[in-house]
Each structure stands twice: as C-alpha cells, then as structure tokens.
Design a protein around this ligand. Sequence first.
Ligand SMILES: [Zn+2]
Ligand SMILES: [Zn+2]
Length: 78
Amino acid sequence: MCAECLSSPCRTGCPNESERKIISSCGRCSDAIFAGDEYWSNPDGEPLCESCVDDMTTKELLEYLGYELRTVGEDDYD
Ligand SMILES: [Zn+2]
Ligand SMILES: [Zn+2]
C-alpha cells in the first residue's frame, strides 16, 4: 500500500503515482498496465486488463477471442 495516498494502486494525483512503471497497455481500453498489476494475456501476448474482463459480457469476450456467432445452414446437416 502506498504511504502517501493509502491506496493500492495509487489514487489519481498521488505524488507516487507517476513513479509506477508502465509495462504495457490494455489491448481493448488502452489503459496503462503498471508493474505489479494483474492482467490477462492471450496466446499472441496481447494484454487485457482486469477491469475490461469484468466489464465484458460473455458474448463480448468470445468476440474478442475471435469467436463468431453463426447460424447453422441446412447444408451443414448430414
Ligand atoms: Zn499513492
Ligand atoms: Zn482494458
């Protein structure tokens, strides 16, 4: 926990906030991912921040992962 703002991670405006090292940025919302943060990484190594995963519906998540919603056509039946 930060001694200045008593938060973890630091609150916006905390003098210690700028010292946090930006490692990457989220592939969806472009928010910075700082050292010590937890994030999701897909097989291509594209990061997805935790708040995005919490915000996304299952459908959005599947679309993000490259799944498509398809209708089964009559030709697809054996
Ligand atoms: Zn702080
Ligand atoms: Zn995000």
